[in-house]
Design a protein around this ligand. Structure first.
Ligand code: HEC
Ligand code: HEC
Length: 430
C-alpha cells in the first residue's frame, strides 16, 4: 500500500520532470534568455513623452492624439479590428460606429518596442535601419547615412522615435484629411503649436528639462520623448515565460510548460516567432483574411506578396483583436487558423452580426485575391497542425497566461478574457 501510494505521487512528478527537461532542451537549442531590460528611464524625457502622447496639438485639426488609438490605460490598442482615424469620435466601439475614416490596418499593440532587438516597425516594416547607416523610412529626406533633413535624422535616438513622426504627418491618422502639407511642413507646424501655442511656456520648460543645453528643438526631440514614454509605459518583459528563461520557474504551470514546448517544437511557431521577442522581425504570408478598404483597393499585400511583419508576442491576451486586418477576435481563432491556414482563409466568416460590423468592413472574397494569397503562402508555415484538444489548451494557456507580464496578470480576470481551464489561472503574486 505504501509502495503504491509513493508510486502514485512520484508518477506525476516524473512527468513534470520530463516536460521540464524537454522544454529546457529547446530553450538551450534556441539560446533563449528572456527579454532584456530597457535602458534606464530618463524621467524628464518620459514626462514630456507622456504629455505629448495625450496632446491633440500633435494633430493638424487639434482633434486626435496618439492615445485615441493606442490607449495608455487600455493596453496600447483601441480594441477595434481596423483603426479609425482623424474625425472619429469617442473610444473603442463608439469610435468604430462614429463613421470616422477607416485606416486600412489594425492598430498594433506597442509592448516592448523600445527594447534591444526590435529591428522593424509597422505591419510592413516601413521603419528600419538603413543598411548603409542611418534610417530607412517612408520619408526620403530622413534616410541613409547623409540625410537631407540632417537635423531631425541626427536627433532621433532609435527606430521607435523615428516611427513616432509618421502618424503626425498622415492625413488620415492625425494630420487631417485633405491636408496638402508636406511631412516636413506638418512636423514644423506641430513644433510651432507646441512651443508657441497656448501651452508654449510650459512646453518650452519641459523640452529644456528633457534636453538640457539645447535651445532649438525639432520634431526629432518630440519623437525621442514619445519613444521614451512607450519604452517604459508599454513594457511587458516580466512574464512567467521570461522568468522561466531567467531561471525562476515558479510562475509557469505544468500546462504552460507543455504549451511552450509545443510552441517551440511540434507547432513550429518558432519558425517565425523566434528569439527573445518571439519574432524574427522578418515578413511572412500566413494567409490572413482581409476586411475593410485595405491598402490598395481592399487587397493589402503588406510588404509584397501578402507578407506582413512577424508580430512579437507579449501581453497578447490583453490586445485582441489580432493580425494586420484585426480579423481574429480571440486567441482560439488564431490557434484555429494555424491548425489549417488554407481552410481558415476559405471558411472565414465575417458577418453583420459581429459587434464591430460596418458596411465598409466587408470581407474580401474575390477568387483572384484569395488564390494569390494562397499561392504565396510562406514555405515554413505548416499546412496543418495535428494538435489534440488538450494540446490546444496547453498552447492557449502559454500564449494567454505564460506571455502576460506579472503586473498585468490580474487584468486577465478583470477583463474576463481567459477561458477557465485547469492549471491555467493567472499567476497572482502577493
Ligand atoms: C488613428 C489611429 C492612430 C493614431 C492616432 C496613432 N496610431 Fe500608431 N498606429 C496605428 C496604426 C493603424 C498602425 C499600423 C500602421 C501600419 O503598420 O501600416 C500604427 C503603428 C504604430 C507603431 C508601430 C507598432 C509596430 O509594432 O510596428 C507605433 C510605435 C505607433 N503606432 C505609435 C504611435 C504614436 C507615438 C502615435 C502618436 C504620435 C500614434 N501611433 C498615433 C494607429 C494610430
Ligand atoms: C510562417 C511564419 C509564422 C509561423 C510558423 C507562425 N506565425 Fe504567428 N504570425 C506570423 C505573422 C507574419 C504574423 C502577422 C500576420 C498578419 O498580421 O497578417 C503572425 C501573427 C501572430 C499572432 C497575432 C499577434 C497580434 O498581436 O496580432 C499570434 C498570436 C501568433 N502569430 C501566434 C502564433 C502561434 C501560436 C504559432 C504556432 C502555432 C505561429 N504564430 C506560427 C508568422 C508566423
Amino acid at each position: 500500500m505504501l509502495l503504491l501510494l509513493s508510486f502514485l505521487t512520484i508518477l506525476p512528478y516524473s512527468f513534470a520532470q520530463d516536460t521540464d527537461r524537454d522544454l529546457k532542451q529547446y530553450v538551450q537549442m534556441m539560446n533563449l534568455k528572456g527579454l532584456p531590460a530597457p535602458r534606464p528611464k530618463n524621467e524628464a524625457l518620459y514626462q514630456l513623452g507622456l504629455r505629448l502622447f495625450y496632446d491633440n496639438q500633435l494633430s493638424g485639426k487639434n482633434n486626435i492624439s496618439c492615445h485615441a488609438c493606442h490607449s495608455l490605460s487600455g493596453f496600447s490598442g483601441d480594441t477595434l479590428p481596423l483603426s479609425v482615424g482623424e474625425g472619429a469620435e469617442g473610444l473603442a466601439k463608439n469610435r468604430m460606429q462614429s463613421q470616422g475614416v477607416l485606416i486600412p490596418r489594425h492598430t498594433p499593440a506597442l509592448y516592448n518596442l523600445g527594447l534591444a532587438g526590435v529591428s522593424s516597425l509597422f505591419w510592413d516594416g516601413r521603419i528600419m535601419k538603413h543598411p548603409q547607416g542611418g534610417w530607412l523610412t517612408p520619408e526620403d529626406g530622413l534616410n541613409g547615412p547623409t540625410p537631407k533633413l540632417k537635423n531631425i535624422a541626427d536627433t532621433l535616438d532609435g527606430l521607435l522615435a523615428a516611427q513616432a513622426l509618421f502618424p503626425m504627418a498622415s492625413p488620415e491618422e492625425m494630420l487631417g484629411q485633405g491636408s496638402t502639407l508636406s511631412r516636413l511642413e506638418a512636423w514644423q507646424a506641430v513644433m510651432d503649436r507646441l512651443l508657441n501655442g497656448r501651452l508654449g511656456a510650459s512646453y518650452k520648460r519641459f523640452f529644456r528639462e528633457a534636453f538640457p543645453g539645447i535651445e532649438n528643438f525639432n520634431i526629432g526631440h518630440a519623437g525621442n520623448a514619445l519613444a521614451e514614454l512607450e519604452r517604459h509605459h508599454f513594457l511587458a518583459n516580466n512574464t512567467p515565460w521570461d522568468n522561466y528563461l531567467r531561471g525562476e520557474s515558479k510562475f509557469m504551470t505544468e500546462r504552460m510548460k507543455k504549451g511552450a514546448t509545443l510552441f517551440l517544437s511540434k507547432a513550429s511557431c518558432t519558425n517565425c516567432h523566434s528569439g527573445d521577442h518571439l519574432s524574427s522581425f522578418g515578413f511572412q504570408n500566413i494567409g490572413i483574411p482581409q476586411i475593410g478598404p485595405g491598402v490598395k483597393d481592399g487587397d493589402d499585400q503588406g510588404r509584397s506578396d501578402y507578407r506582413f511583419r512577424v508580430t512579437p508576442l507579449r501581453n497578447i491576451a490583453l490586445t485582441a483583436p489580432y493580425m494586420h486586418s484585426g480579423v481574429f477576435s480571440t486567441m482560439w481563432e488564431v490557434i484555429d487558423h494555424y491548425e489549417h491556414p488554407i481552410r481558415s482563409l476559405h471558411e472565414f466568416n465575417w458577418h453583420p452580426k459581429h459587434p464591430n460590423y460596418r458596411e465598409d468592413l466587408k470581407l474580401d472574397e474575390r477568387p483572384e485575391t484569395m488564390q494569390a494569397r494562397i499561392k504565396t503562402l510562406a514555405q515554413n508555415l505548416p499546412r496543418h497542425l495535428d494538435l489534440t484538444t488538450d494540446e490546444k489548451k496547453d498552447l492557449y494557456c502559454f500564449l494567454m497566461v505564460g506571455l502576460t507580464d506579472l503586473k498585468n496578470q490580474a487584468d486577465l480576470t478583470v477583463k474576463g478574457v481567459l477561458d477557465e481551464i485547469e492549471d491555467c489561472s493567472p499567476r497572482l503574486i502577493q
